[in-house]
Design a protein around this ligand. Structure first.
Ligand SMILES: Cc1cc2nc3c(=O)[nH]c(=O)nc-3n(C[C@H](O)[C@H](O)[C@H](O)COP(=O)(O)OP(=O)(O)OC[C@H]3O[C@@H](n4cnc5c(N)ncnc54)[C@H](O)[C@@H]3O)c2cc1C
Length: 477
């Protein structure tokens, strides 16, 4: 005998977290399965090396086939929202128009999405960065923009009680202050108080769609385990959800599965100054480029920094040169260029079930990167930097696509109700549904889309779960 749930959600990140709240508040029986471990503000490690190894898939070493692009994705209760910066922006008309052109989905319009943004924001503590929050790196960023005549503006972050001496350097390995608005601190506890069940360290290996329920098979701490759900919603992120559907042998039924993968490739440029900058102190990120020219050019710039291990990885080589580089950690300033990538990648599996990601850089994307990096160099030169280095390593933090939403079954994987084509009980609500790269931080839109998806899923269920405390049913395994 196995437990049967109204809804099984696979993944507990931005999308899974929000969904778990919106589905469980109807009184439905909701089960959330998460491959990563559950940590709390007290148990996160403050050691950067342990944080990377414990909280990310592959310890933060997943790469594309050319090994020139790294992908970071969370494997922990709260997913990417635990290890991210929680910079929260709404998409603009440009992003939605480009989505609608590709997807033909009517609600890909800012004025139709605003009520979903309003809803999810009502559960978040949001903070606009102030001048008193700037560290030395932010001061240089603003001055550099002013020198070159570009507009900048403050970033907005999801945080409750950071203060001026907040330590982003630790927070990226999990917030010890219960301040960062990860789903671990926001939607998941709300869902749990509605009765949602969360099973961590459960990696789902396969989903089997049926006409009346979905079978979800996986492995919990070495134990093969099966659950059944009237509906199953995949929220495992762009790579995780695509991998799961590929492992479930659905590629023949879904010709677009694995296509359209995007990642906003980022380059970090380090500049060295004679003065101490201490970019590692206080807020890492406070300012963004708001100049409309950057939107036209297809990239964005933010001030950024990272812990010593991540900074060390930006420079090639080893030995004395590398040591000299790191000895100047306190003299470094840093700006990132994130490109709105137009060339789509592709996710497949090899014969042993390992994810293979083809993500080449097209000439156009390379030109956008070169343009952005040249502006950063000009900025640092105008500020008196004595040396500037752009890391050759591309970093992918915003992983999107692979199971895109759209009208056409040949070019997309889910329909406008977030339902997998031809499978009425299987849904996808995460960043894998993004049709192309928006060029804007995605987390807030993932939360908002999850809210919209919850409405579609509840409507598909005939709202039968609006009564609280429906009894758990039992079915024969
Ligand atoms: C370092 C970093 C900084 C970032 N900064 C920002 C930022 O400031 N602003 C912003 O908007 N975005 C930021 N992002 C991106 C943002 O965090 C992601 O876009 C977002 O979390 C994706 O949401 P998701 O629900 O699609 O997937 P995720 O949040 O990745 O959640 C997916 C979850 O599913 C789990 N999972 C996967 N496969 C399985 C399986 N088979 N079985 C069970 N569980 C599974 C994973 O372990 C994970 O917990 C950042 C990302 C990183 C890595």
């Amino acid at each position: 005998m196995k437990k049967f749930y109204d809804y099984i959600i696979v993944g507990s990140g931005a999308s899974g977290g929000a969904l778990s709240y919106y589905l469980s508040r109807t009184g439905a029986k909701v089960l959330m399965l998460e491959a990563g471990k559950r940590y709390s503000s007290e148990s996160f490690s403050s050691n950067e090396m342990h944080a990377n190894a414990n909280l990310m898939w592959g310890g933060g070493t997943e790469m594309n086939t050319n090994a020139d692009q790294i992908f970071l994705r969370g494997k922990v209760v709260g997913g990417g929202t635990v290890i991210n910066q929680c910079l929260l922006d709404r998409f603009d008309d440009v992003a939605y128009e480009d989505w609608r052109t590709q997807s033909n989905i009517k609600f890909h319009k800012l004025d139709m999405m605003n009520r979903h943004y309003d809803e999810v924001e009502s559960h978040l503590s949001l903070y606009n960065m102030q001048k008193e929050d700037w560290n030395g790196n932010a001061e240089l960023y603003a001055k550099g923009f002013d020198n070159l005549g570009f507009e900048w503006s403050p970033l907005r972050r999801g945080q409750a009680n950071c203060n001026n001496d907040n330590d982003c350097i630790v927070c990226l390995g999990g917030c010890a202050r219960k301040s960062k608005q990860s789903t671990l601190e926001t939607f998941i506890p709300m869902a749990e108080s509605n009765g949602m069940t969360l099973v961590s360290e459960f990696e789902v290996a396969e989903v089997i769609h049926g006409e009346s329920f979905v079978t979800v098979q996986g492995n919990c701490k070495g134990q093969p385990t099966t659950y059944y759900g009237a509906k199953c919603i995949l929220a495992s992120g762009a790579i995780g959800t695509t991998k799961l559907l590929l492992k479930s042998q659905l590629q023949n039924k879904l010709p677009a599965l694995g296509e359209n993968f995007h990642c906003h490739p980022q380059w970090m440029s380090i500049a060295f100054f004679d003065d101490i900058i201490d970019s590692h102190k206080g807020y890492f990120q406070t300012l963004k480029s708001s100049d409309p020219r950057f939107r036209d050019w297809g990239f964005k710039l933010e001030n950024v920094f990272a812990g010593p291990i991540a900074i060390a990885l930006l420079k090639q080589g080893y030995g004395h040169d590398h040591q000299q580089f790191m000895q100047r950690y306190r003299n470094m300033a840093c700006i990132e260029v994130a490109v709105r990538d137009q060339a789509a990648g592709k996710i497949t599996l090899n014969n042993s079930g390992k994810v293979i990601i083809k993500k080449p850089l097209s000439d156009g994307d390379q030109q956008r990167a070169n343009h952005g990096n040249r502006i950063v160099k000009d900025m640092f030169n105008s500020l008196g930097a004595y040396e500037t280095m752009t890391s050759p390593m591309r970093i992918g933090l915003h992983l999107m696509g692979g199971c895109t939403i759209g009208e056409n079954e040949l070019t997309s994987v889910v329909n406008e109700n977030f339902q997998v084509h031809g499978m009425k009980n299987l849904f996808i609500a995460d960043s894998s549904t993004f049709p192309n790269a928006p060029g804007i931080n995605p987390m807030l839109t993932i939360l908002a889309m999850a809210h919209r998806a919850s409405e579609s899923i509840l409507a598909e269920s005939g709202q039968r779960t609006t009564q609280p405390n429906i009894a758990t049913k039992e079915v024969v395994a």
